[in-house]
Design a protein around this ligand. Structure first.
Ligand code: HAM
Length: 409
């Protein structure tokens, strides 16, 4: 009976064939973060719903229409995390991490959940890699983190990368700007899409993200927060830029960059790749100087980013050969037990060793050895002898069966 059950809409299985590429991203990231002094943090897959309402913002698309929210058996409202930042700030407050040397620098990797319309690069369960530094407002933090994401993406071989950079100022200066933008939008109300019109009051800045022609034409002339920064914010941003220039990281200033989460202040950024389709964002983030206090903690400015693993995978160039076995043990009749014992011994010595588990003929086993990409095949002969064959050159020689693992290791 074919295909009775399928993975739920917007989700996917990771099959062994694909997992090596994921592991490669994980290893590259873990090494990069360790070198930069970021420690690993893990948080629960679900949290109290209110954490995201307060943290990400009730008027955002994420909170207002994309959360997987349910009541647990104890009557609590629970939400599968749509992102990691709010959870990490919650953990920072809960564990009194403001008493540690600041900033606290952490990285995170795991699934996140958003009820979005699935398409290429957009899923309902997807994976993010995330870094956060909490407890410093230094522009060095912003720059360090942008440089890290740039290095991660380039180190993985992703091409066609574009970095958009902007500043949203502080909550106070933005409040003034929002009023200006609202008046501008109202003056052009008839040219805007219904959706944008409907959220002029709740979230006017999201109008920059609209993709209908009418709104886009209006937004091309709209006032930009980037031109309205208070002096301290402008100086902070200039310093971030100086550090990025110093590191040779190229970016485009883009005053239309608004991120889909409410907590941002000052620096915001997004990396895109032209190798991706409509969902072109590889990752993004920025500064959130008010979030920890908003969640009931001390005044602790923070900065971070998240990148989508599935987006990175889409943009990644095709892989070379996957690592297979180093050695394949071929068993003639009656030698299968010996083959297992030798494979186990080699594996203990740190060698990737394969053997036939499907009762293949010797010829079939040689084919299998080829398929796994093994450099060497060991043939265990019926009479107790052994041969070692170089799979590349085809050279084959007898070896003393008692010295096999010594010969190979
Ligand atoms: P975000 O821009 O919402 O930011 O998500 C970051 C990245 O996650 C996106 O650039 C994209 O690559 C990936 N992503 C988002 N939604 C999906 C989806 N439905 N399917 C596949 N990939 C997706 C945040 O989440 C912030 N927490 C980033 C941050 C950390 N800001 C400060 N610290």
């Amino acid at each position: 009976m074919a295909g009775r059950f399928q993975a739920p809409k917007g989700t996917f299985d990771v099959l062994p064939d694909e997992s090596a590429r994921r592991a490669r991203i994980h290893t590259a990231a873990a090494e990069l973060f360790a070198r930069a002094g970021y420690g690993r943090i893990e948080t629960p897959v679900f949290e109290d719903t209110e954490l995201f309402e307060r943290g990400v913002g009730a008027s955002t698309d994420i909170v207002s229409k994309e959360m997987f929210t349910f009541e647990d058996l104890g009557g609590r409202s629970i939400t599968l995390r749509p992102e990691a930042t709010a959870s990490i700030c919650r953990a920072y407050v809960e564990h009194g991490m403001h008493k540690l040397p600041q900033p606290v620098k952490v990285w995170w990797w795991g699934p996140a959940f958003r009820y979005e319309a699935p398409q290429a690069g957009r899923f309902r369960q997807f994976n993010q890699i995330d870094v956060e530094a909490i407890g410093s407002d230094s522009p060095l933090v912003d720059a360090e983190q942008v440089i890290m994401l740039d290095e991660l993406l380039r180190g993985l071989g992703i091409e066609g990368i574009r970095l958009r950079l902007s500043s949203l100022g502080t909550a106070e200066s933005r409040a003034e700007y929002r009023e200006e933008l609202k008046s501008y939008l109202r003056a052009h109300e008839s040219e805007l899409s219904k959706e944008v019109r409907g959220r002029i009051d709740a979230n006017p800045m999201r109008a920059f993200d609209a993709d209908d022609d009418g709104t886009r034409a209006v937004m091309a002339q709209a006032p930009r927060m980037l031109d309205r920064l208070a002096e301290a914010d402008a100086e902070h941003f200039a310093e971030v830029r100086r550090h990025l220039d110093g590191a040779g990281v190229e970016y485009e200033l883009d005053g239309t960059l608004v991120r889909g989460l409410d907590y941002y202040t000052r620096t915001v950024f997004e990396f895109e790749s032209d190798r991706l389709g409509a969902q072109s964002a590889l990752g993004g983030g920025g500064r959130y100087d008010g979030l920890v206090a908003e969640l009931g903690g001390p005044e602790a400015p923070g900065c971070g980013w998240a990148a989508g693993i599935e987006r990175i995978l889409l943009a990644l160039p095709a892989d070379g050969d996957e690592p297979g076995a180093d050695v394949f043990v071929v068993a003639e009749d009656g030698q299968r037990g010996r083959a297992l014992a030798l494979a186990v011994e080699l594996r203990r010595a740190g060698i990737a060793a394969g053997l036939d588990l499907a009762n293949r003929s010797v010829k079939g086993q040689m084919k299998q050895a080829n398929r796994t990409g093994a450099g060497l095949a060991v043939i265990l002969e019926q009479d107790g002898g052994a041969q070692v064959r170089d799979m590349e050159s085809g050279d084959q020689r007898s070896v003393d069966p008692g010295k096999l693992s010594e010969e190979i290791t």
